[in-house]
Structures are given as C-alpha cells and as structure tokens.
Write a protein that binds this ligand. Structure first.
Ligand code: ZN
Length: 202
C-alpha cells in the first residue's frame, strides 16, 4: 500500500477571504502552484523509499534532522505539505469569534489576547527569511509562541500546533508586497478561524 500525498481542496472558495485581506490571486498561486509543488515533489522523492507507505506525520518526524544546517528534500516537501494543510484550515470566512476557553488560555499565558498577538507578531517578524510562526501547546499543556525556518514545524519538537502563519513571501507578496508586519496584523485580526484553533487544544 502506498500513501501518496494528495493536494486537498481549499476548505472555502478561492475568493472567500478576498474582503479579509487575502486575495483570490494569492490563494490561486499559493494553493495551486506552491502547495501543489510540495505534493508533487514529495511524491517523487518518497517513491520507492522506506517512506512510501508511512503517514505524513511519520515521514516528517522520521526525516527531521535536528543537527542539520539544511533539511533534506523529503522532509522539506512533506513538512510544507502538512504545514499548508493546517494553514488553510486555520483561516476561514467563518469561525472568527474566539471561543472563551481559548481566550482564557491566551490571557493566562500572555496576559491578554493582545499580549499573545504581540508575541506572535514579534516571532513572525523575527523569523529571518522563509519560515513560520506558531502558537503551540507543549507536552505539559503550556501555550507558547515559536518560530521555525523553512518547513520546520512543531511536530519536530513534539508540540501541538494550534495556529501557524506562513511567513514565506509567497504568502503575502501579492497582497502586501514586502510588508510582513501588515500581513501578520491582518492575519490575526481578520483571517484566523479561532474555532479551528480552539478545537486543536488538548
Ligand atoms: Zn506557503
């Protein structure tokens, strides 16, 4: 049995986020070209290898090299495939009211929801070059904000990803040009599906 990577459809229409600061053009490029390339390249790289019949999570954890200066191709494509699946689900035209249990958890850890947003934005701006910023739940249940380079994600560190923002330029260049801080602010204020984020808490 093989478990080839599949490109999922977006969970909403391409123009569903247009009035919230993420254009149809961005989603067409980002999903149909960038995400698809990770799927296609990943399938080529795992074909005929020990990873062919493994789950996506197993491949990511099994190919991550904590000591490497640059990660290998199987890891990069598998992790970016996973990251983008989560990213599409973490945004949406619905679910934007923050559930009270998430609001309480953020306030407890970061002082307030605004305190969380500030920490998340600092992480996203501070990621030099391509990567991601995250709200994670650690093994002990504590919430934390992190940033990772390229395709590296919380699975590599045994953490539960509650929210991730793609800070590769391909995610914001069409709508925000080089203004990553404006993209991050808009992401947090207008794009996140907080119900999805809350549903990921354990
Ligand atoms: Zn991306």
């Amino acid at each position: 049995m093989t478990m080839a990577f599949d490109l999922p459809n977006l969970p909403y229409a391409y123009d569903a986020l247009e009035t919230s600061g993420m254009s149809k053009e961005t989603l067409e490029f980002h999903h149909d070209l960038h995400h698809k390339a990770y799927v296609d390249n990943g399938n080529k790289l795992i074909a005929g290898t020990q990873w062919e019949d493994k789950s996506l999570e197993e491949i990511i954890i099994g190919t991550y090299d904590s000591g490497a200066v640059a990660q290998n191709g199987v890891f990069n494509n598998a992790s970016q495939h996973w990251n983008h699946i989560q990213f599409w689900e973490m945004m949406g035209p619905t679910g934007r009211a923050m559930p009270s249990e998430l609001e309480s958890a953020l306030s407890e850890q970061f002082g307030s929801v605004d305190g969380f947003k500030e920490a998340f934005t600092v992480a996203g701006i501070g990621q030099f070059g391509s990567g991601w910023c995250w709200l994670v739940q650690k093994a002990d249940g504590e919430l934390s904000v992190t940033k990772t380079e390229n395709g590296v994600n919380p699975l590599c560190f045994g953490e539960n990803a509650l929210l991730g923002c793609d800070v590769w330029e391909h995610s914001y260049y069409i709508d925000f040009r080089n203004k990553r801080p404006a993209y991050l602010a808009n992401f947090l204020d207008n794009l996140v599906n907080w119900e999805n984020v809350a549903s990921r808490m354990k």
